[in-house]
Structures are given as structure tokens and as C-alpha cells.
Design a protein around this ligand. Structure first.
Ligand code: UD1
Length: 383
């Protein structure tokens, strides 16, 4: 099939592209790099040997989106182009609703116009709100969302459901993700958020590298075995494989709703300890107040995915924490070098290594700025 992946250079989108290509599909990607980097396209090519057809723009640009539909004979769309930072969504509701809802509407409009009748949508377990019972099945009632990001996901699900009702030939699949972590085993693609992360695993990694001093654990007095929040962490490669099966198996018209989770919950402390044990690094933490809007426990009942898609999550917690760390080490190895380089000579040698590796030129007078920025954790734009 020829599949459009909207948001295909993002954390989840890039893993989906790899799995689609490896399953023999053709992939067309749209992304505006608002939360990703152009190098991801090279990494996808390195892993799969295939260069995806790529368009750089935001789907809000309807004319450009239409051109993609005109230029490509698409069979299906996987829509994972959305803003996703919960805290930011509270501060910027207009931007979040505009981006997340309008892109979905434009996508649906183009699919109608060009008769592309199959879409898989990246939804989230957040649409269940504060669960009354766990594990969560797809039949559990949808709950109150507590932030514009979550509300936009629930609204997008609703929009696509109504669109399918009006066009009964369509197949609309709503995949409700639990907590994706991990990275491709090559270490070439993974999660690399810009700025200070909100989610647990990226935060743990920044503490482990020393970029951030300490992880705050949001509450240890929940009604859970060790008092910290319990979530269903799923390896991003398992999640991506779920998309390939969904696009292949949910071809019959209708609205298909499916959880993608492992069915097993781990607490924050279990994640921290697994990360330390598997990767032999220390993660400093302190217990803080509960985070507003957080819930105690959330994990999936993945029975439907198994029955309807033949999908089960295969990777273990050890795989998840190892692959997350492996990705970051490959990406950010220069942080260690910079920290360890204490003499002028070491700094110069390390600087030369960086120049060669990333094909940049650091001028003599820029060395101090370079090292100080890396040490303060603000090295993201240096290479
Ligand atoms: C969060 C979002 C959810 C979104 C999902 C996407 C909130 C309230 N929910 O889910 O809407 O779909 O991300 O991945 O933000 N934790 C800490 N310290 C930290 C970060 C997290 O203790 O610095 C804890 C949280 O309290 C929680 C667990 O780690 O118990 C997981 O948190 P997180 O990774 O943010 O995911 P969710 O809250 O499950």
C-alpha cells in the first residue's frame, strides 16, 4: 500500500515509517519539524535502506496538503501530526485546538475529495479520563479530559467518527496509545524532545546524563503498591508494529477502536529502578507533590488487539529502558565528553572530534561558549 504518514519524522511517526517500510509498504511523509529534526529522514534511510518521499510543511496549509494528495496515489493515511505537550496545551489552548483539530479536518476533507478511504488515528488513553476500573477495555466510558491536549484527542476521535458515519465506505481506526517509551534498537531514532520534558522517561534520561539535577516523583501516596503512579509503558517499536497490522487488517468499513498497551502496569519507582539496574547509571530523585490532573493507575486490557489484529506487545521493560538509553547515548555522547574535558587540551581534542563527527566548525573563540552551553544542558542547537 502507499501510505501517508502525517507527522512521520516525530518520535512515534518515525518508528511507524520504519515498520511500514519493513513490511513492504511505500511511505509518504508530511512534517513541519515543529517537534522533530530533518536528520530523522537520514536515520530512517539508514535503518531501512529506503528514502521516504518527504514534504516539509504544516498540514494547516491546505493547498500544500492537497498537492500531496494530487501527486500521490494514496491508499491510506496514518495521522500522528499533533501537538502533544500537556502543560503547554493549558497555556496555549488556541494553538492546540487550531493545530490538532484543523489538521484533522483538512486531512478528512482531502481524503473525501481524493477518495482515500482508510485512516489510522493516533489517539491516547487520556480519552478515558480518570478510570473507574482497570484494566481499561475499549468499551469503558470516555472520561473528563483535564487539559486541552487530551480534549483535542477526544474531539478528533469524535470528528473522525462523524466523518465515517457520513461516508460508510470509510475505515476509521482509533488507536488509543498507553505510555510509549523506548527507541529503535539501532539507536538511530528515538525520543528527543525539545526543552524540558514533561513525560517520565525523557526526564529520567536527562537526569541520568546530568543535564537535569533531579527527577521529581509526583506523589508517593497514591493507592498503588509503592504509592507512586502506575502506567502501562509500551515499547515504541511494538506500538509501531500495531499500526502496520491495523492498516492491513482494519480495511473493512467502520469505526475500529483499539487499545495499544501491554496490559501490565509499572510504578514510577519500578521504572526508575529498572533504568538504573539495566543501564548501570544513577537517577537522583525526590518525592514531590502530586501533579494536578494525574491519576493513580492506568493500564490497558489489550485483548481486542490480540483477537482482532493478532498483536501483542513483545518487548520487555528491560528492552524499553535499555533502548531509550542507547538512543540517547548515541545522540548525546558529546555531553559526556564535554563534561569530562577539564583541561584545555582535552577540550580541544574533544572539540575536534565533534567537528569531524558532525561536520561543523567551532572557531577558537567559540570554544568557551560551546562547552559552557553543553555543560548547562543547552547543547541542543550546537550540532
Ligand atoms: C501524560 C499525559 C497524557 C498523555 C501522555 C502522553 C498528563 C497528566 N497526562 O500521561 O495526557 O497522553 O502523557 O505520553 O500529563 N512522573 C513523575 N515525574 C515526572 C514525570 C512523570 O513522577 O517528571 C510520573 C507521573 O506522575 C505519572 C508517570 O510518571 O505517574 C507517567 O507520567 P507521564 O510520562 O507524564 O505520562 P502520563 O501522565 O501517564
Amino acid at each position: 500500500m502507499n501510505i501517508l504518514v502525517a507527522g512521520g519524522t516525530g518520535y512515534i511517526g518515525s518508528h511507524i515509517c520504519v515498520e511500514l517500510i519493513e513490511a513492504g509498504h511505500d511511505v509518504v511523509v508530511i512534517d513541519d519539524f515543529s517537534n522533530s529534526r530533518p536528520e530523522v529522514l537520514d536515520s530512517i534511510e539508514k535503518i531501512t535502506g529506503t528514502r521516504v518521499k518527504f514534504y516539509e510543511f504544516n498540514i494547516l496549509d491546505e493547498e500544500k496538503t492537497e498537492n500531496v494528495f494530487k501527486e500521490n496515489q494514496l491508499d491510506a493515511v496514518i495521522h500522528c501530526a499533533a501537538f502533544k505537550a500537556v502543560g503547554e496545551s493549558v497555556a496555549k489552548p488556541i494553538e492546540y485546538y487550531e493545530n490538532n483539530l484543523m489538521t484533522t479536518l483538512i486531512m478528512a476533507k482531502m481524503m473525501k475529495k481524493y477518495q482515500v478511504n482508510s485512516i489510522v488515528f493516533s489517539s491516547s488513553a487520556t480519552v478515558y479520563g480518570d478510570p473507574k476500573v482497570v484494566p481499561l477495555t475499549e468499551d469503558c466510558p470516555l472520561g473528563e479530559t483535564t487539559n486541552p491536549y487530551g480534549t483535542s484527542k477526544a474531539m478528533m476521535e469524535r470528528v473522525l467518527t462523524d466523518v465515517q458515519f457520513a461516508n460508510p465506505n470509510m475505515s476509521v481506526t482509533l488507536l488509543r496509545y498507553f505510555n510509549p517509551i523506548g527507541a529503535h534498537e539501532s539507536g538511530l531514532i528515538g525520543e528527543n524532545p525539545k526543552g524540558i520534558p514533561n513525560n517520565l522517561m525523557p526526564y529520567i534520561m536527562k537526569v541520568a546524563t546530568g543535564e537535569l539535577p533531579c527527577l521529581g516523583i509526583f506523589g508517593d501516596d497514591y493507592d498503588t503498591p509503592d504509592g507512586t503512579g502506575v502506567r502501562d509503558y509500551i515499547h515504541v517499536v511494538d506500538l509501531a508494529k500495531g499500526h502496520v497490522l491495523a492498516i492491513e487488517k482494519y480495511q473493512e468499513p467502520g469505526v475500529h477502536i483499539c487499545n495499544l498497551g501491554t496490559g501490565r502496569g509499572y510504578s514510577v519507582l519500578e521504572i526508575v529502578h529498572a533504568f538504573e539496574k539495566v543501564n548501570h547509571v544513577k537517577v537522583n530523585y525526590e518525592i514531590k507533590e502530586r501533579r494536578p490532573g494525574d491519576i493513580a493507575t492506568c493500564y490497558a486490557d489489550p485483548t481486542r488487539a490480540k483477537e482482532q489484529l493478532g498483536w501483542v506487545a513483545e518487548k520487555t521493560l528491560e528492552d524499553m529502558v535499555r533502548d531509550s538509553w542507547n538512543f540517547l547515548q548515541k545522540k548525546k555522547c558529546f555531553y559526556y565528553g564535554a563534561r569530562q574535558a577539564s583541561t584545555d587540551l582535552q577540550r580541544r581534542m574533544f572539540g575536534q572530534e565533534i567537528e569531524q563527527k558532525y561536520k561543523i566548525k567551532i572557531q577558537d573563540f567559540q570554544y568557551d561558549t560551546f562547552f559552557n552551553r553543553i555543560r548547562s544542558g543547552d547543547g541542543s542547537k550546537l550540532v
